[in-house]
Design a protein around this ligand. Structure first.
Ligand code: ARG
Length: 466
């Protein structure tokens, strides 16, 4: 047994809280991470209480000064967090009363920890969303620079991981860019639903004091006010939505990682990843391992897990607040940390990968990547596409048996498959010809990729103006 029950809620208890239970139910060790937002919310609440005459202006000022001092203590690492005080909210409130006396006890007028914690998480996640948008913008602009240098660097484009058609490395990088544009849009959209204020809902039903929620919302920069008190204290959709967005983004980073890992292998030899992003093996001296992409691929699993945790946490909860909700923070924090770390690593690493231009080109020459171009050539000379497909299939067959590319077959050999083939055929069989021919929005022609890059600069989302 511990010595006492909490002075914050112990009035109706006749027995002290079991010491294990006190520790088991406490959240301060992790929710102290939201101290800044908790103080920010409390300052706004105290300001509103003063403005509405629920406490005096003088009391409001004393509370705000006390809270400001507590923030300084936390910043200086001098604040003493106590597990017996359960959570971040009661630790700060208790310290406030120690600092300014009984006036501190008035701060909790017209609110509950239920609307307080929901407000804190939203403020915290809003800041983290902005930080993630900044990192995404950095990564995206790095990708645009990388793509701009390689609109004419030719590599095999794959389907089924088999050589399909030539593309430029720049075009491939711009595919990654597109994924990240959608990811940014998702976070911007979710931010509107994060940025709604629960404060004023009190425990679940609202409060009997003449509060003005528009004042607190304005002070805290919320763009809206949660419209139902029961929903406001229990809703964690915004956190689930954020984690779902994070999962999709991590899935994208993981796909990019997979490509980097394959491309860095001796078998592909497509890219060089600077040494500072790789590590060696303690037994095999020749090894240079793509640890950063491998780890990001692994960390995606962890974020998906946190999404499942949050969905499962909420699925059986009746309205309104339940203590289960205390379990929302660690998955959310871990999701944010994992995502932020992965983005930091990628924003630094990805723009610095160096393509091995010769190897990419040699690989493109190997898999009959211009076969579709030959079929298109025949179609333009009047042959129906299915027949053209058949003709080219036979030409590829000859190439395979001779061990040469289509462009290395003689005109006579090519003409033996179709009299429509003339000496201009070799233009479309070159890799450059193949690229240049795909000249429309979204195609791999170098001038199209250049325009996509130009448009891309305007599509990067600046969180300050979003
Ligand atoms: N630590 C709690 C949480 O994270 C704060 C709210 C507690 N409210 C309550 N009535 N027990 O959710």
């Amino acid at each position: 047994m511990s010595e006492q029950t909490s002075s914050m809620w112990g009035g109706r208890f006749s027995e002290a809280t079991d010491s294990f239970v006190a520790e088991f139910t406490a959240s301060v060790n992790f929710d102290k991470r939201m101290a800044r937002q908790d103080i920010q919310g409390s300052i706004a609440h105290a300001t509103m209480l003063g403005m509405c005459g629920i406490i005096t202006q003088d009391e409001s000022c004393q509370i705000i000064n006390g809270l400001t001092q507590i923030q300084a203590e936390i910043d200086d690492g001098k604040f003493q967090w106590l597990v017996v005080l359960e959570d971040v909210h009661m630790n700060i409130e208790s310290r406030l009363t120690t600092l300014i006396g009984d006036v501190g006890k008035k701060l909790h007028t017209g609110r509950s920890r239920n609307d307080q914690v929901a407000t804190d998480i939203r403020l915290w996640l809003r800041d983290e969303t902005d930080n993630i948008l900044v990192l995404l913008a950095k990564l995206q602009s790095g990708l645009l620079d990388l793509a701009a240098n390689h609109t004419k660097t030719i590599m095999p484009g794959f389907t089924h991981l088999q050589t399909a058609q030539p593309v430029s490395f720049g075009h491939h990088v711009m595919a990654w860019f597109e994924m990240l544009v959608r990811d940014s849009e998702r976070f911007v959209d979710t931010r509107h639903r994060i940025n709604q204020m629960p404060l004023g809902s009190a425990a679940l039903a609202g409060t009997t004091y003449p509060i003005d929620r528009t004042i607190t919302a304005r002070l805290l920069g919320f763009e809206g006010i949660c419209q139902n008190s029961l929903d406001a204290v229990s809703d964690r959709d915004f956190a689930i939505e954020f984690t779902a967005n994070a999962s999709i983004l991590m899935m994208h980073l993981s796909r990019m990682s997979e490509e980097l890992i394959l491309w860095m292998s001796a078998q592909f030899g497509f890219i060089h990843i600077p040494d500072r992003f790789c590590t060696g093996s303690s037994i095999m001296p020749q090894k240079k391992n793509p640890d950063v992409p491998e780890l990001v691929r692994g960390k995606a699993a962890r974020v998906f897990g946190q999404l499942t945790t949050l969905l499962t946490l909420m699925k059986n909860q009746p309205l309104a607040y339940n203590k289960d909700n205390q379990e929302d923070k660690e998955p959310l924090f871990d999701c944010v940390d994992t995502l932020t770390g992965s983005l930091l690593a990628f924003a630094d690493m990805l723009p610095n990968i160096i393509p091995n231009v010769d190897n990419m080109r040699a690989a493109t020459m190997k898999g009959y990547a211009t076969a579709t171009d030959l079929a298109d050539y025949l179609v333009k000379k009047g042959l129906p596409f299915r027949d053209a497909h058949e003709v080219v299939g036979k030409a590829v067959g000859l190439g395979v048996s001779k061990g040469v590319d289509l462009s290395e077959l003689s005109l006579d050999e090519l003409q033996s498959f179709s009299p429509l083939i003339e000496c201009d055929v070799f233009d479309c069989l070159t890799l450059e010809g193949s690229l240049t021919a795909r000249n429309h929005i979204g195609g791999t022609a170098p001038n199209q990729v250049l325009s996509a890059i130009k448009r891309g600069h305007e599509r990067i989302i600046n969180p300050k103006t979003a």
